[in-house]
Design a protein around this ligand. Structure first.
Ligand code: DC
Length: 229
């Protein structure tokens, strides 16, 4: 097989669409690095909660951003990437509902996005990154040769997220999960700063009725086409 330069792959879409599953699978097969850009917004949200930062207090928030160090560690054998906030592993903590409930508000703040996007772009400088999020193809890596925009029906997404969350929180209801997903979709798509939109050159993957294997096979076909294999 001819060797070629590693490209960056951008995967965007609504929450609970299965972006990370396909992104991790792709990274594993290609020997690329998987980066979850949403985890950075979650880590920043955790810091703000712990420090009692009022989101309306822009000066204090900007000051706080200077004290945040985020490191991502790719652990393909665990099928996840670990997230460190100022040296502490917060990978599990940032998945809690208290974070999910306010992360969209935090991710809508211009100063926060400027901070996160700079970090994300630095991580992709060498190529060979599969990154998932909301603005990867439009803002972070606008030149990525392969961009994928994922969608799935709301019902399918609610089911998936419910199954995922009820393992840790057996008391959670389907309605809570649906409300959270709707709330986040609304903010993610209507915010002023880098809203979730499909890049003009992104390929659409609606996985409402596809298995993981079918999705991966399709995306690998797209990849081979892009790199000319
Ligand atoms: O993918 P996720 O659910 O972990 O993302 C958490 C929040 O961060 C969600 O509200 C969307 C936002 N986000 C974003 O604005 N830009 C990204 N590149 C990734 C996530």
């Amino acid at each position: 097989m001819e060797t070629h330069k590693k490209i960056n792959i951008a995967i965007d879409g609504y929450s609970s669409c299965g972006k990370s599953t396909i992104a991790k699978g792709l990274a594993k097969v290609l020997g690329y690095t998987y980066i979850d850009s949403g985890a950075m917004y979650r880590a920043i949200t955790l810091y703000f909660i712990e420090q009692g930062i009022d989101l309306a207090d822009k000066a204090r928030m900007q000051e706080a951003l200077q004290h945040i160090q985020i490191r991502m560690e790719n652990r393909p054998e665990l099928l996840q990437s670990l997230v460190y906030l100022n040296g502490r592993d917060v990978s599990a903590r940032i998945r809690d509902l208290d974070i999910a409930n306010v992360v969209s508000e935090v991710a809508a703040i211009r100063e926060v996005r400027t901070f996160a996007v700079a970090l994300q772009q630095a991580m992709g400088r060498q190529g060979g990154v599969v990154m998932d999020g909301r603005d990867v193809g439009t803002v972070i890596f606008p030149d990525a040769p392969l961009k994928i925009f994922m969608t799935a029906s709301e019902e399918v997404r609610v089911q998936r997220r419910y199954l995922e969350m009820s393992a840790a929180r057996p008391d959670i209801t389907m309605e809570e999960v649906r409300d959270n997903i709707r709330h986040r979709d609304h903010i993610d798509t209507t915010r002023e700063q880098d809203p979730l939109t499909k890049a003009a050159d992104a390929l659409v993957l609606d996985n409402s009725h596809m298995t993981r294997e079918q999705q991966l096979e399709l995306v690998l076909q797209w990849y081979r086409k892009v790199v000319g294999q």
